[in-house]
Structure formats: structure tokens, C-alpha cells
Design a protein around this ligand. Sequence first.
Ligand SMILES: [Zn+2]
Length: 213
Amino acid sequence: MTQRTPALTDRLILRGGTVVDGTGAPPADLDVVVAGGVIVALRSPGGATESPGARVVDCTGWVVAPGFIDIHAHSDLTRLRYPDAATRVLQGVTTEVIGNCGLTPAPAPARGHDAFRAVIGTIDIAPGVDFSWTSTADFLDALDAVPGATNLVPLIGHGSIRYAVMGASAASIVSASMRGLSRESLTKSEEKPERSAWRPKATSSRGSSASPH
Ligand SMILES: [Zn+2]
């Protein structure tokens, strides 16, 4: 991957931006000094010393904020194809929770691997990425082998575990007690219209136009 940014050991000064630090504190115009990949100082605008070799970015008129966390990402495979994660970073996202919607590239079945990859490809679109792993450990090793621009928080998909155990079988493995509790929860929420804004829906988010994919 082409190195586009300074090494983490470099000194970086974000000069004069409006800092919104995420704590609820009022915005403040500050210089932010970064060294070794961490914020080491906050100074009043113009107050940070430009040591030799420091990279200075004029942030006047811009907001400087901690990276955003995308809690619903499907970058499991695209991360391997596009490790610079430009579509995330350009939005300010620095951490992604991957493996959402119950489908993850691992665990994968040893038999029927092609069919499984086709299923995963419906939600984790990654042109040019093929894989043969079956275990989550091997998938995580593949991610580790391609250092990327964002932090990853991987989930393990229930759907993938189910597929690995029983393929595409429609047989139910959900216990009667779980099913009953789910039905009860949905029924009770329907009886309280004042909570309609957040009551659980019985439909799949994949079919919703408001889906955050
Ligand atoms: Zn999703």
C-alpha cells in the first residue's frame, strides 16, 4: 500500500481548528499536537511550536474531532481489498464494527464453501477477494496480514455459525422458550403505542430502505 500519511512517530500539528472533543465540552479553537500517534498537547491557536520536521495542517475554519465509530459496517472482506478504507476515513470514521446482520466470513463450512461465499457476497461485497478459511482465527489472521487505516471490532455472525453447523437447512434450532419470549416481547410492544418509535420490528432490516448498510 502506498504510504500517504506520516508515520505515527512523526510530529503533527493541527493548527487553529475548532476542537469538539466529544465530551460535551464547548467547542474551542486550539492547536492539537500529535506525536507518536497520540495527542500530546493542546495549545491556544498559534501556540504550538513547529519543531523541525513537524507536519503542520492549517485547520482554520474546520472542526477537529475524535474519529467516529461506525457501529454497523460490512467491511469484513472489502477491508482486504481496500485496506486504506478511503470511504470510511473520508467521512471521519476511524473505527468500524464489522460482522453485522448475523453474517460474517467466518466461521465457514468446509463443505459447501462456494455456496457460503455466495451468501456472504450478498452483504460483504468485495470484488477480487476470495477466501478458503473456515475458522474465525484464520479470518482474523487474514485481517491482521493487511494492516488497514481503521480500527476493527469484529462480531461473529449467528447466521454464519448456523450455516457452518447445518448449511442452508430451514430446520429450526431456536428453542420454544426463545421463540415464545420473542413473540411476547413483540406483542407487548405493540400494546404500547407510546413506545412505537423504538419498538422492535418483526421484519428484517435488510429489506428496509432505512438500512444503514
Ligand atoms: Zn448490516
